[in-house]
Design a protein around this ligand. Structure first.
Ligand SMILES: [Zn+2]
Length: 121
């Protein structure tokens, strides 16, 4: 199983390597034949593509975040998790109170333990 996987990995690496070599070779030949104006055009095309790609990635992330925020909460209120829903607000408060109560209990228990140990000696 592990052997087969490493073999597949090896083959795919090999293919990727030769593919890259081929692409670089084609690009090299194309660059050698290209005129100055063509090179400039190619450069700006690559630049524009990178720019578009970056803009697309950023926009997608932004939209995803926005949709996530606007999605209705468990009570069916839009943007409920952003403070628009009273029930969500109460639940969050309850959750925080629970955490605090548990922490306080833990601290109390620890103190009791410590006191018991000091009493023993
Ligand atoms: Zn809610």
């Amino acid at each position: 199983m592990g052997r087969l996987r490493s073999f597949i990995n090896f083959i795919s690496t090999l293919i990727a390597f030769f593919g890259l070599m081929f692409v670089m070779f084609v690009a090299f030949v194309a660059f050698q034949r290209a005129t100055h104006a063509e090179l400039i055009r190619f450069g700006s095309a690559v630049f524009a593509m990178v720019l578009l790609l970056a803009a697309g990635v950023i926009a997608t992330r932004h939209i995803k975040k926005m949709l996530e925020r606007r999605r209705p909460c468990a009570h069916g209120v839009g943007s409920g998790k952003e403070g628009g829903c009273q029930n969500c607000f109460k639940e969050e408060q309850q959750r925080r109170a629970d955490v605090e109560a548990r922490e306080a209990k833990r601290v109390r228990e620890q103190e009791t333990k410590k006191r018991a140990e000091t009493l023993r000696f």
